[in-house]
Design a protein around this ligand. Structure first.
Ligand code: B3K
Ligand code: ZN
Length: 874
């Protein structure tokens, strides 16, 4: 496959002003009539360039230019492109293609999902529908007429506003849609199906009434309310916080079962993976509700950050994704607990994005090259990209940042632009120089910030030396220092915050400050300190970096109970737990667990003043995945054992406190989704899980009771998970059977049922995983099912996946090869756990590598899998 380079970007030779589409949908295929109004791009130097249109898996039926059919020789059908060597300055091109949505298993372009037609065009799916300049800097107005059998497909949807409809012969009908906003083809969408309609309305800040619609299969009609409300909250929030009003008269959301990703922001017609939009108290966990709220908001926010202002090319993907993830994280923080949201975001970043940034697929937030763009919808583009925008926000402050975003939207409305344009708008609005800051977009790798300190009692000066370094990544060495906002505070022995007065400063000293790092090394001198302070570093995770400081366990225990920064309070607990677990990795069985850890968790459990949502987070031990990420040469079995040992020791030592915590937090009153109620459920289910982990009989009885009597999925699944991860084998089997029986007709709950087993080292050993693949509810064509078994096994059931005999790797290689033919995007994502082979102890890494080689040697590897496997082996 070919590599595409940012440095080779050229403006399009031709622009499209108008696209007229007519879809004839049938059971054995679809005919697509396209009329493009094209003109030569005045900004392109090439005057006699051929017209080049992308295509993929299309059967060309006819081409005409200004109404005259083109003859052989006047155009070239290259399979992946249609080329017309000679065209006038301005013209109309008519192209008719035939496609087979019913056989489309890649789920790109137009395909069928449980009997309905739907589309996914980002990034390059539109070329699977018709020949087109399928690049985001070509923006056109779309008019779309859909024709289909009326009884099978009563609902026909596309972007924009409906402008016409009517009856046709043979029981067919049509609807025509017109989207007044010019857009790139990746935002095109079409849906046809037998769907029920949920209606609502929203009045915008300027008083316009917007029709809100959700379209779902009839069996899901009762699962729409939460998403609809979340949509209205998002619309209001974007007006209040960013001054962004919705622009069409109608906004639609459709749920489909077969979808490669979470959801898609098509203009006016968002399409969602069912699991990211449908929810009810009985079937969705708290985590699912929160995910749905965040994704509904994310897709809605794209209407401005992505659709009105879009990307010039796919190297700029983080322009819309990083900014929109930042926006949705602000929204979620406002809707719930800001500290908990920050903890969750940082956990994902530190566990998964740092791992990506340290692996063979590491790339900058604005990559310089790619083979397959689908492989670049990554944690780096999304999550690190959001952190980069967050840092700009923190450097500029709320008000200047808002001025910058206003300028960005106003200056670039209707344009396809670059991350540099975004930064420039922020600079122009605020007057700040973000020159060095731009390196965050260009350099890959996670900066390491190493801090050392000394205190001079006689002068009262505390000296902090801060060094940054950025590790080499594939194709990038010798990196320059970056601009890092580094928030910190200093605590006195009594737990009080101390003033941060830099030498030579006058006036009142703040109790917290953001140091701006720009050089490889800085030395900061704080004066007027009568005691040696304990530093609280990188507060609220002010930059996506690794911080190294030689904290003692004493200091971590102190910060865990005294740091006024909630994030760092949690982080101190994590660092302490990591330190304790790491010291036991590979240690003899007789090695003891740090007793102060039990004491710390005991005070936590007894702290009635602590925010319960924070407490719930603080009780979670660092995950195996995070411990692996932190290790030099990960020995998975040893890490697993050490973590289990600590968990068992804590649960034994805190048995009574955990039982009390459970009883204190059992359900009272109605199911609510407030941070407090969510925290209570989290606390009781954590307590239950720990107690079952040590085989507590009383807890077993409570778990069974909760499992049977729960009025919501969080508690039912919490009890199920605790049972599944316990050694009560018989109760585990019974609960799994009962759960399946109860929910077998709900695909989303069945996915939960699959993943609870696949991610458990008790219920998810390889032979059991193979049985799940043979289960009648499993379906290779449905990405959610594949993710809930194969994905959960490889990413969450680490002890089983990394079985020292290599069977887990072999298994994954086998499934990747199987999926590569039907759905390359999903196959390429599943490879990820193997790509980190260099990170593991030799016994593991050798076998991981040979599993990768097995995939590499498969015949006719897709471009998606090819890129990931070859880069990982390089
Ligand atoms: N923009 C889409 C992602 C599409 C991915 C296509 N491979 C979802 C989102 O980020 O909102
Ligand atoms: Zn997005």
């Amino acid at each position: 496959p070919q590599t595409i380079y940012l440095s080779e970007y050229k403006v399009p030779a031709y622009l499209v002003d108008q696209v007229d589409l007519r879809f004839e949908l049938f059971e054995d295929g679809a005919r697509v009539h396209s009329t493009l109004t094209v003109r030569r791009n005045p900004d392109s130097g090439e005057s006699a360039a051929p017209l080049f249109l992308h295509g993929d898996s299309l059967q060309l039926e006819s081409v005409a230019l200004n109404g005259s059919p083109l003859r052989t020789g006047e155009f070239e059908d290259r399979g992946d492109a249609l080329v017309v060597p000679s065209v006038p300055e301005k013209f109309e091109l008519q192209v008719v293609t035939w496609i087979e949505p019913q056989n489309n298993t890649r789920l790109e372009g137009l395909y069928k999902s449980s009997g309905m037609f739907c589309t996914q065009c980002e990034a390059e799916g539109f070329r699977c529908i018709t020949f087109y300049p399928d690049r985001p800097d070509v923006m056109a107005r779309f008019r779309t007429r859909i024709e289909a059998d009326k009884s099978a497909y009563p609902v026909l949807l596309s972007n924009g506003n409906p402008v016409d409809n009517g009856e046709l012969e043979n029981g067919r009908h049509f609807v025509t849609w017109e989207d007044p906003f010019p857009k790139p083809a990746y935002l095109f969408a079409l849906v046809a199906g037998d769907l029920v309609e949920k209606k609502d309305t929203f009045t915008t800040c300027s008083g316009r009434n917007i029709d809100l619609r959700m379209y779902v299969e009839p069996r899901n009609a009762k699962k729409c309310d939460f998403a609809m409300d979340a949509l209205k909250r998002s619309m209001r929030w974007d007006e209040d916080v960013y001054g962004r009003e919705y622009d069409l008269d109608i906004f639609m959301i459709v749920a489909v079962d077969d979808f490669n990703m979470g959801a898609m922001e098509n203009k006016g017609l968002n399409i969602f993976n069912s699991s990211c939009v449908l929810a009810s108290q009985e079937t969705a966990t708290d985590a699912a509700f929160q995910r749905i709220e965040a994704i509904v908001a994310h897709e809605y926010f794209h209407n401005w950050s992505g659709n009105r202002v879009t990307c010039r090319d796919w190297f700029q993907l983080s322009l819309k994704e990083g900014f929109t993830v930042f926006r949705d994280s602000q929204f979620s923080a406002d809707m719930g607990s800001p500290t908990v949201k920050r903890i969750e975001d940082a956990t994902l970043l530190r566990t998964a994005q740092f791992a990506e940034d340290a692996g063979p697929m590491a790339h900058p937030v604005r990559p310089a090259s790619y083979m397959e763009i689908s492989n670049f919808y990554t944690l780096t583009i999304y999550e690190k990209g959001a952190e980069v925008v967050r840092m700009i926000h923190n450097l500029l402050g709320d008000e200047m940042f808002r001025k910058g975003s206003d300028l960005y939207f106003q200056r670039h409305d209707g344009q396809a632009v670059t991350t540099d344009d975004f930064v420039r708008a922020m600079e122009d609005a605020s007057g700040r120089d973000l020159g060095q800051f731009r390196l965050w977009y260009e350099q890959a790798g996670t900066p390491v910030v190493s801090v050392s300190d000394e205190y001079d009692e006689s002068s009262g000066i505390y000296r902090l030396t801060v060094r940054q370094s950025i590790p080499d990544t594939p194709g990038q060495t010798g990196k320059k220092p970056q601009h890092i906002p580094f928030a910190l505070g200093l605590l006195g022995a009594d737990g009080q915050p101390l003033p941060l007065k830099l030498s030579g400063e006058s006036g009142e000293a703040p109790l917290e400050r953001v140091l701006e790092l720009s050089q490889a090394e800085h030395c900061f001198e704080f004066e007027g300190l009568s005691e040696r302070p304990v530093p609280s570093l990188l507060r609220d995770f002010s930059a996506p970096v690794r911080v190294h400081y030689p904290w003692t366990r004493e200091q971590l225990l102190f910060l865990m109970s005294h740091d006024p920064d909630g994030f760092n309070r949690w982080d101190a607990g994590q660092r302490l737990a990591v330190d304790v677990i790491q010291s036991l990795v590979g240690a003899p069985e007789s090695a003891g667990v740090e007793p102060r850890l039990v004491d710390a968790y005991r005070s936590l459990l007894q702290d009635s003043e602590l925010d319960q949502a924070l407490m719930a987070k603080m009780l979670q031990l660092p995950s195996e995945a995070y411990l692996i990420e932190l290790a030099e040469q990960a020995d998975v079995a040893a890490i697993h054992q050490a973590r289990e040992k600590v968990l068992g020791y804590l649960a034994e030592g805190l048995r009574d406190e955990l039982m009390a915590c459970y009883r204190r937090n059992v359900g009272q009153g109605d199911y609510q989704l407030t941070p407090e109620a969510i925290a209570r459920r989290s606390l009781r289910n954590t307590a239950l899980g720990w107690l079952l982990h040590i085989g507590d009989q009383e807890a077993l009885a409570l778990a069974k009771e909760q499992f049977r009597g729960a009025d919501n999925m969080t508690d039912r699944l919490g009890a199920l998970r605790a049972l599944v991860n316990s050694d009560f084998a018989e109760d585990r089997t019974q609960a799994l059977e009962a759960f399946y029986k109860r929910f077998s007709d709900d695909p989303q709950v069945v996915e939960l049922w699959f993943s609870v087993q696949a991610s458990s080292d008790r219920a998810g050993q390889l032979p059991q995983i193979r049985q799940l693949l043979d289960h009648p509810a499993f379906d290779w064509k449905n990405p959610n099912k594949v993710r809930s078994v194969v994905g959960a096994f490889a990413a969450q059931n680490l002890a089983a996946f990394h079985n020292p005999d290599g069977s887990g790797y072999e298994f994954l290689a086998e499934q990747v090869c199987r999926l590569d033919d039907s759905n390359p995007q999903i196959a390429a994502r599943l490879v990820a756990p193997l790509t980190r082979w260099r990170k593991f102890a030799p016994g593991y890494s050798k076998q991981m590598k040979s599993a990768l080689e097995r995939i590499r040697d498969k015949a006719e590897l897709s471009r998606d899998v090819y890129e990931v496997v070859h880069k990982s082996l390089a």
